[in-house]
Write a protein that binds this ligand. Sequence first.
Ligand code: IVH
Length: 519
Amino acid sequence: MAERTSDAKVPPADAPSEAAAREARRLREALHRHAYLYYAEARPEISDAEYDRLFARLQALEEADPALRTPDSPTQRVGAEPQDAFETVRHVAPMLSLDSSQEEEAVRRFDERLRKALEHPPEYLLEPKLDGASIELVYEDGVLIRAVTRGNGQRGEDVTENIRTIASVPLRLRDARPSPRRLAVRGEVMMTVSAFERFNERLLESDQEPYASPRNSAAGAIRQLDSRLTAERELVCFAYDVLLVEGDRFRRDRDAFEALGEWGFLRPERVEVVDSVDAIVAYHGRTAEERDDLDYEIDGVVIKLDDLDARADLGATSHHPRWAMAFKFEPRKEVTRVERIAISVGRTGILTPVALLLPVQVGGVTISRASLHNREEVARKDVREGDRVRIQRAGDVIPQVVERIEEPDRERAAPFRMPDTCPACGTPVVEDGPRTVCPNRFGCPAQLKGRLVHFGSRNALDIEGLGEETAALLVDRGLVRELADLFDLVPEQLVDLPGFAEKSATNLVAGIRRRTSVE
Ligand code: IVH
């Protein structure tokens, strides 16, 4: 090998990083492309292991030279340092909500109004109404620069770091279509039903409060101050509306929808264009039937005028556009059997009869309890143990027993009666209108447990690890006799409790202590 001579060309100092920059760019492009194929088109070309290998290589390059790290790098999806609070920012274009109805008649009136107002008979774009959390995504020269929650429609919270973690949100638009100078897109962040059930199971196992619906969980996830927690929640984002575009133009919504696909967004499935109310009603019926085959929740269909110029002419009221409406589904119902009627004593002492059900899937979510509200409701519906009942779940509310189903040949149990004494403390109950109440305000362990759980819940002090099981343990073991005792707990009292170990005991006490000072 030739000796290096003094006049041999010395590579410039930044040569290796130029090569690294090239490699990093190639890796970013490859990773964007493969993520798009995987998440938006569901037809991956490489294995997960190969994807991970490319990802790890890019991560290594960026670690060696942080200057290589661009905001649209796929490595930026893993979550950033926790923030103290979200900044409130103005939307690029207002995010209105939709007028909605469950009635076919309302759809007919909507169509008639448009026919009167328009020069041409309307064509409608029909889409499933996704039951998630809506979000505005802003791109400049093809790069995601901001993501904002709906907030009050005019202003929302800047949750960009969290939204970056969602694999189906393009960090950079694909170049199948030129990137506009500025683009604002509206989409819906969703949690799949299967991811939701897995997530809730994990919460229950660690004695945390489960979420009521995939929508709540998705909305909670995008408002986490620590985006690493958002990243764990397996969210997807469907894009359905171009709010603003500078440097491109659409005449019809279907063209904008097409463009969203070319830019690499995941879009709602089953979108159709129709020109009559009958076709809308048929679509609504079909979609309602197919609803349970989807792994995400929809609660109706959205009807939108396709002609964008006509939309601009029609305008909006202060709340919703005149060119669109939501045609909602009836709440979901299912039939099952009441195994037992239990009494739950809440934190305010109210006794609620709860139907413990043979578990049944309602829209993909397993339901095993439903509220019977109060004494009068049970009497009115005449629900008894062993009866077949129809139950209903609408959005986030607790499942309800709608009605009893007659079974003429079946022998029924005795009519249900509320107990005379509180099942938790034995105090004689009192009646307060249709309600039955345990008056033992300060001595009833069930009320105390309810207060503890409420205290620890996300809407109150948000103490991690203070769920139903822990509250019950603390009260039953006499460690907490009134709410204030919570703040005197020390880890040593907890370590030997079932389900606790040193770490969980210290964590719970630390979680409580964090709340002793007002932030
Ligand atoms: S279009 C101006 N399309 O439903 C309204 N909205 O109250 C344009 N939603 O929170 C919205 N799926 O985020 C549209 N396919 C869809 C939708 C959809 C869900 C949400 C929207 C809003 C709510 C309407």
